[in-house]
Design a protein around this ligand. Structure first.
Ligand code: MN
Length: 513
């Protein structure tokens, strides 16, 4: 495959995906996802927006230190300070890319930037040149391209290519385009910009009308050679184009696409499960490629056909996207070494022997309750551990619940609250309500419960339940997760995890791109 027909996969789960309400991740979680993306052979990993906060800077830097194969990208507005900080964060990268952007639609230029079109072109050119001082790999995005004047787009894109931009990304920031129209825009830009052959055209589509993948594929059919996407379609509002759908559509319809990705598609399902576990955003069962029903055949006629000849009803093979792979299980007799090796395969590195020992103890406790420990269980275990940091305000110590037909459920919760151990009892409409009421009486957060969901991580009645709780306080939304074979305990863990996060100060700029 020549480089001309390679479709570059640019994953922005760690940047745009993390901007989903409630999906913020800590550095260790971002590293785990970055390793998983690299293992899948994603070409470019957008690791964050370094200027947003010191935490974002450190996360991008940490990803740049760890990832060796994929290009690591940092986002920056067309401002010298943003670009300097992005360049600094990417210094350790084997291959670093700066992605800079400025708005080009009349409404954004006039109302937001208060700049004339000439000034915007000048600023974009300067930004690309500043970025080129740090790396040869510079991407430029005209923000709100979908509502920008095409003549102006041609002018600014030609100028930034002359200034040294190597990738031109066309975002449908607000998810407004239709596939035929978006494809025509890409075709038009490539045809009209005189130096368009000196840059890769990229697209970044949002899913507000459910068309992010459709628009991306239409762009690829019209000459785009990079797609920006996220695992499970995570992202602002209705999300971004989902990586798994874009990759499998191109792979499955090689009769129509004159390009293909270099992804190892067998890593898709493990990566999807990891992202779901870290963010607490479950994957809907009927989601294409990675939903639990995506390869299940209910109807008898279909089953009969598939059993006789799979291709009658299946256009993809479940094992090609990683279903059923890595079903190696650990159990209570598994040793520390097998445990450590398996977690390394899942992208989790222990920093200290102590951390390994502590997680191994929790693994043994789980193995006593549940005979077969799957990869999903291990992921939940380390997600749980990584979220229990020493400086948290609230920690669960003990929990007792009484639930009986005809009686009102009662809960007794013991917690550490700011260093003190306290106990409270409460009753509720159900056992989970009773537990949450008891916790709230100890904490007094007055946060509002926006969402509660429980999913079984694996099959079997002894499976761990993974609970997601979303709390809202003063407009800030925060997700918490907890996993346990006892779903009431998992619920308490998730609630407390969300409480710890909702109290953290948040001062981050979120780019709308
Ligand atoms: Mn976006």
């Amino acid at each position: 495959m020549s480089s001309a027909d390679q479709l570059i996969i640019f994953d922005t789960t760690l940047r745009d995906g993390e901007q989903s309400p409630g999906a913020s991740m800590n550095m260790e979680e971002k590293l785990r996802i970055a390793r998983s993306l690299e293992k899948m052979r994603v070409d470019v990993i957008e690791a964050g927006f370094p200027v947003a906060s010191p935490g974002d800077f450190e996360s991008v830097k940490a990803v740049a230190e760890v990832v060796r194969e994929s290009v690591v990208c940092g986002l920056a507005r067309a401002l010298p300070g943003d670009i300097e900080i992005a360049g600094e964060a990417l210094k350790p990268a084997a291959r670093g890319r700066i992605h800079t952007f400025i708005a080009t639609s009349p409404i954004h230029m006039e109302k937001k930037l208060r700049m004339s079109p000439d000034q915007v072109v000048e600023q974009a050119v300067k930004a690309v040149k500043w970025a080129r001082d740090y790396t040869d790999d510079v991407e430029f995005s005209p923000e709100d391209a979908g509502r920008s004047d095409v003549d102006f787009l041609c002018r600014i894109l030609e100028a930034v290519v002359d200034a040294g931009a190597t990738t031109l990304n066309i975002p449908d920031t607000v998810g407004y385009n239709l596939p035929h129209q978006f494809g025509a825009l890409i075709e038009n830009l490539i045809a009209r910009i005189p130096n368009s052959d000196k840059a890769i055209f990229s697209v970044h589509c949002h899913n507000d009308l459910g068309l992010a993948v459709g628009n991306s594929l239409s762009a690829v059919l019209n000459g785009a050679r990079q797609v920006e996407c996220t695992i499970n379609g995570l992202g602002e509002r209705a999300g971004n184009a989902s990586l798994e759908e874009v990759v499998m559509a191109v792979r499955t319809r090689q009769d129509l696409f004159r390009c293909d990705t270099r992804l190892d598609t067998t890593q898709i399902v493990p990566c999807s499960k990891l992202v779901s576990s870290v963010t607490g955003f479950p994957v809907q069962p009927n989601k294409a490629v990675v939903g639990s029903n995506a390869f299940a055949h209910e109807s008898g006629i279909h089953q009969d056909g598939v059993l006789k000849q799979r291709e009658t009803y299946e256009i993809m093979r479940a094992e090609d996207v990683g279903w059923g792979a890595n079903r190696m299980v650990l159990g209570k007799h598994s040793g520390r070494n097998a445990f450590k090796t398996r977690l390394q395969d899942l992208g989790f590195e222990f920093e200290t022997q102590e951390e390994l020992n502590e997680t191994f103890v929790r693994f043994k406790e789980l193995a006593d309750k549940k005979h077969e420990i799957y990869d999903e269980d291990l992921q939940a275990l380390v997600t749980d551990t990584s979220q229990c940091c020493a400086d948290e305000c609230f920690r669960l110590v003990a929990l007792r619940v009484c639930s009986e037909t005809g009686e009102s459920p009662e809960a007794e919760v013991t917690m550490i609250v700011d260093g003190d151990e306290r106990t409270a009892q409460a009753s509720g409409a159900g056992p989970v309500d009773a537990v949450f009421c008891a916790i709230e009486s100890l904490v007094g957060s007055q946060a509002k419960l926006d969402l509660y969901s429980v999913n079984s991580i694996t099959e079997g009645t002894d499976a761990q339940g993974e609970v997601t709780v979303r709390l809202e306080k003063r407009g800030k939304m925060t997700n918490g997760q907890g996993a346990d074979t006892d779903i009431v305990i998992a619920s308490a863990k998730a609630y407390i995890h969300a409480l710890n996060r909702v109290e953290e100060p948040e001062q981050r700029a979120h780019p709308q791109l």
